[in-house]
Design a protein around this ligand. Structure first.
Ligand code: AMP
Ligand code: MG
Length: 419
């Protein structure tokens, strides 16, 4: 087992040991934010036939070659075709068909004149414009043709993909499985949110923030409850998580007298690959895997609420995204301008919780206050995590630094951008 490694080394080890989950079939209404595990080819043309882009009249453009406002041409309206209707009749010279938007245009016609440029009088229509061939005609297959590979494996399924799948007649689709994450809190001081907090007890809030972090990334949390600081209880609960894809436990992985999690994990057959990452918050982070079969990846997160959330962000979140087949594993980063000086001891990389603000064309970062790993408010107010490099001890006001964006809402604009 390695110890005292850098965050970059730790991330590399985590991702090296993170597989891609298999595929399953999902209804398209359940497929949003999941990753395609198949190539989607079309077996149909979209649109299925040449059809009208306007309410108007389908015509033979040659009939109107000489038409103008001064010398309009009169055509005989021989049929009416609504959207969903069929073009049963071929158009001959001097004839027009009344068409509504989306209606197939009849054989023989090659253009549509919009209603606004026509005057209807009984079975006749008077047209004072000369349309180009294919004007206001949507060609069959111009969107998608038979055999087109419309979606690639690995594509993220969003609203446009779901609309396309529906148009192609696909009610179900193959997507990567959602990672199942077993979550354990450990500590004699911990109770559930409605529990008795007398005698210095605190709520096992990590379980809830971690479950929410899982949901945010599309993973399915499975709650293993609160383990007492006793090896037997920890073991019993961890066993219940062995069928999951990932186990995330918080607390009990440090070097305290009652930190039993590491020992229990090893007893269960988990090989710890590292413990201790040179970062702040979050040094006492453990990662391991079960060698036998397809056992879960195991993250032993530090117990302090901020450390737990930050280490989840840096290591568990990318692993969950990789398991789910996502191609982009990391948060967006920006180069932010510092509103004030930041300082620390050189040695460990710090993830500083910062608020972000867009000021003219720049993104400005300022500390969310007390950066102690027990101060949850620093996380509550954080819109980003500022990377304060290990070697550095000072970042000056006005310098720039890389910030991982946790909450993009600060970019939301006061207006829609048009007026
Ligand atoms: P430990 O790693 O057990 O030494 O825990 C470090 C700190 O995190 C202690 O102050 C614990 O009370 C706190 N802590 C541990 N687990 C949780 C949890 N699930 N939710 C909130 N705080 C916790
Ligand atoms: Mg503890």
């Amino acid at each position: 087992m390695r110890t005292g490694i850098t965050p970059a080394e730790a991330l590399q080890i985590v991702l090296e040991h993170t597989p891609l989950l298999g595929a399953e079939t999902a209804a398209i209404s359940d497929a949003r934010d999941r990753v395609l595990a198949e190539a989607v080819r079309s077996t149909r043309r979209l649109p299925p036939s040449d059809n009208s882009a306007m309410d108007g009249f389908a015509v033979r453009s040659a009939d109107l070659a000489s038409a103008s406002a001064e010398h309009p041409v009169v055509l005989e309206v021989v049929c009416e075709i609504p959207a969903g209707g069929s073009a049963v009749r071929t158009l001959h010279a001097g004839e027009a068909a009344r068409v509504l938007t989306g209606a197939p245009i009849p054989p023989g016609s090659d253009a549509v004149v919009m209603q606004e440029h026509t005057t209807r009088d009984g079975s006749q229509v008077t047209i004072g414009v000369s349309p180009k061939p294919r004007a206001y005609v949507r060609d069959a297959g111009e969107d998608v043709d038979v055999g087109d590979q419309v979606l690639d494996p690995g594509a993220l399924v969003g609203p446009a993909e779901i609309g396309m799948l529906a148009s192609l007649g696909r009610s179900v689709v193959s997507v990567h499985q959602r990672p199942r994450v077993a979550i354990l809190s450990g500590g004699d001081e911990l109770v559930e949110p409605d529990g008795d907090t007398s005698g210095g007890r605190i709520v096992a809030s990590n379980s809830y923030s971690i479950a929410a972090q899982c949901l945010e990334v599309g993973a399915e949390p499975i709650y293993l409850g609160i383990a007492r600081d006793e090896p037997d209880d920890i073991e019993r609960r961890l066993r219940a998580g062995l069928h999951a894809d990932v186990i995330v436990s918080s607390a009990g992985v440090s070097v305290g007298d009652r930190d039993f999690v590491r020992g229990v994990l090893e007893k269960l057959g988990c090989t710890l690959l590292f413990w201790g990452v040179k970062m702040k918050p979050g040094y006492p982070l453990a990662f391991g895997r079960f060698e036998a079969g397809d056992g879960p990846l195991v993250f032993g997160l530090p117990g302090n609420p901020v450390s737990a959330m930050v280490t989840f962000e840096q290591f568990v979140r990318p692993a969950l995204r990789k398991l789910a087949g996502q191609r982009s594993l990391f948060r967006p980063t920006v180069c932010a301008r510092l509103a004030h000086r930041f300082h620390k001891q050189a040695g460990r990389l710090h993830f500083v919780r910062v608020d972000l603000e867009r000021i003219s064309d720049e993104i400005v970062a300022r500390s969310t206050g007390n950066q102690s790993s027990g101060v949850s408010r620093s996380m509550l107010l954080a819109r980003g995590l500022l990377i304060f490099p290990a070697d550095a001890s000072e970042l000056r006001e006005g310098d720039t630094a890389t910030v991982q964006i946790l909450d993009q809402n600060f970019l939301s604009a006061p207006t829609p951008g048009f007026s």
